[in-house]
Design a protein around this ligand. Structure first.
Ligand code: BGC
Length: 719
């Protein structure tokens, strides 16, 4: 249950398999494309966080020159999955150690040629790629192998690398410079082979190539080891040393090391399911994605919404990380959890600037956060499919819940670790600045004696500029309560830490306002039917079924939000009230969860990959794992099936879906196993029919626990 495998070649699945067979870590993602593929097949050696902007194009992370390019020729004809006869073809991802394998058996007029290519990216966090390209034939034939660096890079808003310098000096080297910051992005590659064949050098159509011509003997195996290194602002001497080190280590030894690192990661993170093999594989695959994305090696890094799979969503960090991914790291890997929080602390300056730019005070966090909290979101984030014109969207200026999501995450981190130090390292200042932002954004309604938040977007982005969104208001209330809680907690601190900060950032007036308002934040009422209205006026919107609405679409990718089809109806994009109920589970009776689940689920398009898991979690909470199961599977398999939107209007939004992976993990642990974190840890198993047993480990308050459970029994022991 550790292998993802696909057989056969399907031209329509190239983009999807690029995501599905992704390998890497938070510094480098390599898409699961074939060795001979290029730009048209969306090959990418993706460099998260190395942002660049070309002209007026969207600012996005850079893709490096591709060192994996390799193509085999018999005579002058290339063995090519598009044109040649294929006897068998498979792609396999071994998720236990991040190893990608491709095996293709070609039939070239009776001559059978088997290509087996493997690659992995060193889990140490360095941008080191190890590969081996192996050839075996059933007859003696002459072959030519061209392997090198492809300079023709796939970009959404590029090209990003200019002033290209090529060098051949023991290895192949190519250096390019980014437009905006002039960062030097280099790719180096060295090939060794099992037969000591010598290569000639060729430059061809944007490629630097080593060419091996040899007479292959039937049944003999020819191996070409590929060592590649991607440098960011590194000198040639440093890169050369890396290359030498990799070659000395060799593919096989490096793979032994790789397996050890992965074993230790899985040791803390694995969730075992007995009884449902596909659910097991899907959940492990979700965890695989969370592991390749873990910011465990950085002190201050977070996770982009499309992970390391490409430039979609500008390589930016959204609320996805805090609300959907952090829970996994809080249970399994606290270095990563802390790094995620620290990333936001380092974005405080950017958040204050953003608030100021709109005439507010405090910290308004970026909706699409790049480095230092810079908001890469544009005012026109969707392009209309009919008119080809940009559509005004309000994600950046009105989705104010993002600041509260971050405070929620900090609170969860502190509750789980008791690491109060982080408050002194900037987290408290962040919380106070977020509170200040909400004070300046919201308004006190004199007549109704309540504090309201008007003109926002909740998680359901289809309904724009709404007022008193239940989810947003609840977060604002939580932020104010958190300020009061920490004041109380640190009142008697000998270093006067809380009050010194209040003084330093001049927060006196705000603190007193918060004390007045903390119980006056307007929380949407629970009505007589136990329902919570998503925002003011939602109940008056047009009643229409999801199917009816979707039938009206004139184009498969048309945008439904704003003035689109869903805007004046009750159909919502994703879990909104339900997300609030999950985050504040204990503040609402079960009956409220139940009624709202049944009311909102049929109205939810699940147009975002974040949606299903929240419904799955609530379904478990109301004791209905059978409702949760398909929603859980939808989240856990999204990058296995490829069943997700790849366009919003004309904007490409394809890639992997780590928030769905995180949501699947949360459903398993907090939903099916029913883990409850309070003063003590408890479980309330609500396993789906097909699950016989679950086992996993979690970290809590400095200890680690092994948990095993069946439908009606669990045991938990400290390890
Ligand atoms: C969702 C957002 C999400 C973003 C990135 C959008 O489609 O509506 O909630 O943060 O995608 O995943």
């Amino acid at each position: 249950m550790w292998h993802i495998k696909e057989e056969g070649f399907d031209i329509n699945k190239i983009a999807h398999y690029g995501n599905k067979f992704l390998i890497g870590h938070l510094n480098l993602g390599v898409r699961g494309t074939l060795d001979e593929f290029g730009k048209a097949e969306m090959v990418a050696c993706h460099l998260p966080f190395i942002y660049d902007q070309v002209g007026q194009g969207w600012r996005e992370p850079v893709n490096a020159f591709n060192p994996l390019y390799t193509r085999l020729y018999q005579g002058s004809s290339s063995l090519d999955v598009f044109k040649s006869k294929i006897i068998s073809h498979e792609q396999i991802l071994d998720i236990s150690a991040g190893l990608y394998t491709r095996k293709t058996l070609f039939d070239d007029e009776g001559v059978e040629v088997l290509i087996t290519s493997k690659r992995f990216i060193c889990a140490s966090g360095k941008r080191r790629i190890f590969g081996v390209y192996q050839i075996e034939t059933n007859q003696d034939i002459s072959l030519t192998l061209k392997t090198g660096i492809d300079l023709n890079v796939w970009d959404l808003h590029g090209p990003h690398l200019e002033d290209v310098i090529k060098e051949v000096d023991g290895s192949l080297y190519v250096f390019g410079k980014t437009h905006e910051k002039g960062q030097i992005i280099s790719t180096a590659k060295k090939v060794t082979n099992s037969h000591n064949f010598k290569a000639s050098y060729q430059e061809d159509d944007q490629k630097m190539l080593e060419v091996y011509q040899f007479d292959a003997k039937a049944k003999e195996i020819y191996q070409f080891y590929q060592y590649a290194y991607i440098g960011v602002d590194e000198t040639k001497a440093v890169i050369e040393a890396e290359m030498n080190d990799m070659v000395t280590l060799g593919f096989n030894q490096a793979y032994v090391d790789q397996k050890n690192i992965w074993r230790s990661m899985w040791d803390d993170a694995d969730v075992e399911i007995v009884g449902d093999d596909f659910a097991q594989l899907a959940l492990r695959y979700s965890i695989y994605h969370l592991l390749i994305l873990s910011p465990r090696l950085s002190k201050n890094s977070s996770i982009p919404a499309r992970g390391i799979s490409g430039q979609t969503y500008k390589g930016a960090i959204f609320w996805d990380t805090e609300i959907f991914m952090l829970p996994f790291y809080l249970n399994t890997d606290l270095n990563s959890a802390k790094s995620i929080i620290k990333y936001r602390i380092s974005g405080l300056k950017g958040a204050k600037e953003k608030a100021k730019s709109y005439g507010y005070q405090g910290a308004f966090y970026a909706w699409e956060s790049q480095e230092n909290g810079f908001d890469a979101c544009t005012d026109y984030n969707v392009t209309d499919v009919f008119t080809n014109r940009p559509v005004r969207t309000y994600f950046k200026d009105k989705q104010v819940h993002i600041s509260g999501d971050i405070v929620y995450a900090i609170k969860s981190y502190i509750d789980r670790t008791k690491d109060d130090e982080i408050l002194m390292e900037g987290a408290l200042e962040l919380i106070l600045e977020v509170a200040r932002f909400y004070l300046s954004y919201g308004r006190y309604n004199l007549l109704l004696d309540r504090f309201e938040i008007l003109d926002v977007l909740g998680p359901d982005e289809y309904h724009e500029r709404v007022s008193n969104n239940a989810f947003t208001n609840k977060l604002v209330s939580m932020v104010f309560e958190t300020v009061i809680q920490y004041e109380k907690q640190f009142k008697d601190d000998k270093n006067m830490f809380f009050y010194n900060l209040v003084k330093k950032i001049d927060f006196y007036k705000e603190l007193s306002l918060i004390k007045d308002l903390v119980h006056k934040v307007y929380l949407k009422e629970v009505d007589k039917d136990h329902l919570i209205e998503q925002f003011d006026g939602y109940n008056r919107l047009k009643d229409i079924s999801k199917d009816e609405l979707l039938k009206q679409k004139l184009h498969p990718n048309e945008y439904l939000g704003g003035s689109g089809l869903a805007g004046d109806t009750k159909i919502i994009k994703q879990a909104d009230v339900i997300t609030m109920l999950y985050l504040f589970k204990n503040d609402y009776e079960k009956e409220i969860h139940e009624k709202n689940f049944h009311y909102y689920e049929p109205l939810t398009e699940h147009g975002s990959s974040l949606s299903s898991s929240m419904y799955a979690l609530i379904a478990c909470h109301i004791g209905k794992p059978e409702y949760a199961y398909p929603l859980f599977m939808k989240s856990a398999t999204i990058d296995i099936t490829g069943e997700s939107k790849t366009y919003a209007g004309k904007i490409y939004i394809g890639g992997t879906h780590p928030a769905a992976s995180g949501g699947a993990y949360m459903t398993a642990i907090y939903g099916f196993a029913g883990l409850k974190i309070g003063d003590i840890l408890e479980l309330e198993p609500r396993l789906p029919e097909s699950f016989k047993k679950m086992s996993f480990k979690i970290k809590h308050l400095g200890k680690q626990y092994q948990i095993n459970l069946t439908k009606d029994h669990y045991d938990m022991k400290e390890i």
